[in-house]
Design a protein around this ligand. Structure first.
Ligand SMILES: [Zn+2]
Ligand SMILES: [Zn+2]
Length: 258
């Protein structure tokens, strides 16, 4: 090989390597790395203990619209039976003044969370949080006779229309208030856990597609009727809180749950 050719060969290879290395290892930090990353919560974060081993649920109620202790105890037991949280699961009640709304839009509900939520998830400490708002008015988007009893509207955010729940419970031919509160709260948390086909994959297909992210078994907690004032009366005849059926349980287990 001629010395001049050898020189250019080495120069060429060197230049290629230099630019490749330069691209792979930028000397200045990427500006995106200096901005704190927004924590993205997935159903698996609730179900498994891998990313988070402790859960705190902030339960904010408008004064006078607090859920019953019975419902909160039921919700805690439900979460403990399904989630792998060795560090424990706690419910923290909080009271907020009435925003004075005749009805709440989803936008109103999100604004209330922005204003009053005090607990946030911390991946470094493996601490996960969720938010419940117990509202003193109906949902603004209700249509016809049936009213919404609850909505899961974010990856860890839920609203229960407690005024509506009370209107449709505790009277003749109605379920008791703790039974209806428990049913709606557990159903909404079921959506946060990714049911049905809502971030947790189905082991076998059991989605009632006509009614969105719900289970096709009319005895299951994740049946669509659980969160609507009209159909829930028939759904809860007998006064028992529905449990998750085998298909829903299998989905949760398959995504890291108990
Ligand atoms: Zn639902
Ligand atoms: Zn089900």
């Amino acid at each position: 090989m001629k010395p001049l050719f050898k020189f250019f060969l080495i120069l060429g290879v060197g230049t290629i390597l230099f630019f490749r290395c330069g691209r792979d290892h930028p000397s200045l930090p990427d500006p995106d790395d200096r901005i704190p990353k927004k924590v993205v919560i997935k159903p698996n974060d609730f179900l498994s203990g891998e990313n988070y081993d402790q859960l705190t649920v902030e339960v904010a109620s408008v004064q006078g619209y607090e859920p019953t202790d019975e419902a909160l105890n039921n919700l805690k037991a439900f979460l403990e039976s399904r989630l792998n949280k060795n560090g424990g699961i706690g419910l923290v009640p909080a009271s907020i003044p009435s925003p004075g709304k005749a009805a709440y839009s989803l936008d109103d509900i999100k604004k209330i969370e922005q204003e009053y939520r005090t607990l946030f998830s911390d991946p470094e400490e493996k601490k996960l949080t969720a938010w419940f708002f117990f509202a003193d008015a109906d949902y603004a988007e209700n249509e016809g006779d049936s009213k919404a009893l609850g909505i899961a509207y974010g990856p860890a955010s839920m609203v229960i229309f407690e005024k509506t729940v009370r209107e449709f419970s505790g009277g003749r031919g109605q379920p008791s208030t703790p039974v209806l509160e428990t049913t709606v709260a557990e159903h909404e948390f079921g959506h946060i856990l990714g049911l049905v086909n809502n971030g947790t994959n189905m082991v076998v297909n059991h989605q009632d597609v006509t009614n969105g992210k719900h289970c096709n078994n009319q005895d299951c907690l994740m049946y669509w009727a659980a969160e609507h004032s009209g159909p829930v009366i028939n759904f809860l005849t007998g006064g028992k809180i529905p449990s998750l059926d085998q298909n829903c349980l299998n989905d949760l287990k398959n995504n890291g749950g108990k």
